[in-house]
Design a binder for this molecule. Structure first.
Ligand SMILES: [Zn+2]
Ligand SMILES: [Zn+2]
Length: 379
């Protein structure tokens, strides 16, 4: 009976892992490409030994004193010793005999990546839209080699190892006979050509990076989180590939007095108690310049005046939202003795020196008006 343990150089109590490791080491050393015909006999022995010892069932049989290889009648036939084992050993997996080997050489050209930059705009810019200059680090086609990756005056050379195929075929001699396998050419990386003298300005990448200033048209109606896409304005591709896209993400700064809800704007206008009682016209500075706000006599706190069409421009639609001016009646807290006396006289005239508690009906009070205002309802 053959000494399979001896063939692999392992002890009889070697673990599965040790056997596998020993076999791989020997298989590499004895590979016909390395050892030539001299290693062939020894390679067969090693393969046969692994066929038995690498399989728990066959190993147990062998340990009981029966050689599974002769017992099964095969004169050295490779039972249970498949392609996978061989190719996994020699080529690290992946490049199997039935793999995607028939493709032509790979292209060096790759589309450029997409780039995202952030920019902050004011509320006023969101209302009307704005053209903004933004800065971005982007790749350009190398101005020295124009994307060819080669030093000026040179060009890619057909790979000598694969003759421009991008892949190499290997003949592996195994117990099954000669098996052909295809793998990416190690000399050219699968491109079929080699660049002997890469362009020094771009390190053979065909592109260089620099800071760009780009004018971006930011339309009215954008808001925090809106992304504007500029097709073909991103990085130049590798080796002359198509340009990627540039995305500009918007962040809208909060405004001191105007608050935005969708395409409407809201603000609060403070009206002195006397003006609220008597009525007046107040000029309010809006994004569209000063606008008259009509405060009717007897205005309640929480009343709203709508200025139509003075809100935010609608994104990708016509028109603008509205501006809601919420009126807040300001009660004086700093009355002089004389003013206080006048207010007391007014209260006496109105019979309000000791007013009774009166609850407003639902829908009629300030509370309801505030709710309406919050929801942007028209009153
Ligand atoms: Zn270059
Ligand atoms: Zn090649």
């Amino acid at each position: 009976m053959k000494d399979y343990y001896g063939a692999l150089g392992v002890s009889r109590d070697a673990t599965e892992a040790e056997i596998k490791k020993a076999y791989r080491k020997l298989a590499r050393e004895l590979h016909p490409d390395v050892a030539g015909a001299d290693g062939e006999e020894r390679f067969k022995e090693v393969s046969a030994a692994y066929d038995v010892l690498g399989n728990a069932e066959k190993r147990a049989q062998y340990d009981r004193g029966v050689d599974p290889r002769s017992a099964s009648g095969g004169a050295g036939g490779p039972q249970g010793f498949g392609f996978e084992d061989i190719f996994e050993t020699f080529f690290g997996g992946g490049a199997g005999p039935f793999g995607s080997a028939q493709r032509g050489p790979a292209s060096r050209t790759q589309r450029g990546g997409d780039t995202l930059v952030h920019t902050e705009i004011t509320l006023e810019e969101a209302v009307f839209g704005v053209t903004r200059e933004i800065q971005a680090d982007l790749a350009d086609v190398c101005s020295t080699c124009h994307g060819s990756c080669c030093a000026p005056g040179t060009q890619p050379q057909t790979c000598r190892q694969c003759n421009g195929q991008g892949s190499v075929q290997r003949v592996a001699r195994s117990l099954l006979g000669n098996v052909m396998t295809t793998a990416p050419c190690p000399a050219c990386g699968g491109y079929g050509t080699t660049i002997e003298t890469p362009c020094t300005d771009c390190s053979g990448q065909g592109r260089t990076h620099s800071r760009h200033t780009i004018a971006v048209d930011i339309p009215a109606g954008v808001e925090t989180g809106t992304r504007i896409r500029m097709t073909g304005v991103g990085d130049a591709g590798v080796a002359g590939g198509q340009k990627g896209d540039l995305y500009i993400e918007i962040r809208e700064r909060a405004h001191a007095v105007f608050e935005r809800r969708g395409s409407d704007l809201h603000c609060t206008l403070e009206v002195p108690m006397t003006a609220a009682a008597l009525g007046t016209v107040l000029s309010v500075d809006t994004f569209d310049g000063p606008q008259d706000v009509d405060v009717r006599p007897g205005t309640h706190a929480g009343s709203t005046v709508k200025l139509k069409g003075l809100g935010v421009g609608r994104l990708q639609r016509q028109g603008r939202g509205d501006l809601f001016v919420h009126l807040d009646v300001v009660t004086p807290t700093d009355l002089t003795a004389e003013q206080e006396e006048l207010v007391r006289q007014l209260a006496a005239l109105r019979g309000e020196e000791a007013p009774e508690a009166r609850l407003a009906p639902i829908g009629g009070g300030v509370f309801s008006r505030l709710k309406d205002a919050f929801l942007g309802r028209e009153r």
